[in-house]
Design a protein around this ligand. Structure first.
Ligand SMILES: NC(=O)C1=CN([C@@H]2O[C@H](COP(=O)(O)OP(=O)(O)OC[C@H]3O[C@@H](n4cnc5c(N)ncnc54)[C@H](O)[C@@H]3O)[C@@H](O)[C@H]2O)C=CC1
Ligand SMILES: O=C(O)[C@@H]1CCC=N1
Length: 272
């Protein structure tokens, strides 16, 4: 039973999770407190939007929290940990969504007894559609992982992975929504260039991406089969896919995921 959750870091990802857990009534707004580096205006904005508790007082934020969610940028994590360290107790579960940063790195700084779960959600959490991977650090037991899982399940699909896979997951589903938004931006530009009304284009593209997602989820067919079913010989889709192939689309996407994965590894190394 979670009584209080504290967000250390109150940016985009924290807001997506806050919005999601309130939307799904995992917690009430009075059970959520958020603190950030030093941006009172941002905290006031969150309080206004979600009616949550906000503070710049780290002790007040941490006291009595069952879960402490670390949601700063990787380069701020050491400062953030140092500022809360003296207030954290071994019965509090630390969940970090910080890209690249290992659970061991966090527990070394907070004290070996503190359980740490590492998670990689995405911003679709704000509407309950995150794809989240979680992994337990050495001091986190089954109950800690279960607690983290129950939280993330309220904001989307949640799966447990080995910590070694977290960098790959970051390149796939953590950054993933951005790849689809980038594709949508390109389709919008193409539609606009061809003279289609922008509102119509946005409506059609959005429904197309939702429909494709639902087909992947429910049809039972793999992506390659679904694609083939659209591709009539000598037809429009074939012409389109040939253009993608001529421009090494699949290799580009594979390189893109690999760049994110490598960057996640680098972030972990850099802030050691
Ligand atoms: N934005 C995304 O789609 C996703 C982000 N993440 C991870 O979540 C983390 C946060 O990302 P965003 O929310 O996008 O960044 P952001 O820049 O929007 O938010 C970072 C927050 O950390 C706060 N902060 C900085 N230093 C602090 C300190 N010493 N103590 C307390 N708070 C401090 C900042 O004031 C800010 O509120 C990153 O590590 C990122 O890798 C993970 C999955 C997806
Ligand atoms: O770009 C980033 O570093 C974060 C991690 C995953 C999504 N956004």
């Amino acid at each position: 039973m979670v009584e209080k959750i504290c967000f250390v870091g109150a940016g985009s990802m924290a807001e997506s999770i806050i919005s999601g857990i309130l939307h799904n009534q995992f917690l009430m707004s009075s059970q959520i407190v958020a603190t950030n580096k030093n941006n009172r205006e941002r905290l006031d904005g969150l309080q206004h939007r979600y009616d949550i508790d906000v503070t710049t007082d780290r002790k007040y934020a941490i006291d009595g929290a069952d879960i402490i969610m670390l949601a700063t940028k990787p380069y701020d994590i050491v400062d953030a940990i140092n500022q809360v360290k003296s207030h954290v107790k071994p019965n509090q579960l630390i969940i970090s969504v910080v890209a690249g940063i290992a659970t061991g790195f966090i527990s070394e700084r907070l004290g070996e007894n503190v359980p740490v779960v590492r998670a990689m959600p995405n911003t679709s959490a704000s509407i309950g559609f995150s794809a989240t991977a979680i992994t337990a650090g050495e001091n986190a037991g089954a109950a800690d992982l279960e607690l983290a899982e129950s939280l993330f399940k309220t904001i989307g699909l949640t799966t447990i992975v080995d910590e070694g896979d977290m960098h790959t997951v970051t390149g796939i589903s953590g950054s993933g929504p951005a790849y689809f938004y980038y594709l949508v931006e390109a389709m919008e530009k193409a539609a606009l260039k061809a003279g289609l009304d922008n509102a119509v284009a946005i409506q059609l593209i959005t429904q197309t991406i939702i429909g494709a997602g639902e087909m992947l989820k429910h049809s039972g067919d793999p992506a390659s089969v679904l694609r083939e079913k659209i591709t009539s010989p000598g037809g429009t889709t074939q012409a389109a896919i040939e253009t993608l192939e001529a421009n090494d689309f699949q290799q580009t996407v594979m390189d893109c995921v690999e760049s994110a994965r490598k960057r996640s590894i680098e972030l972990g190394e850099k802030w050691k």
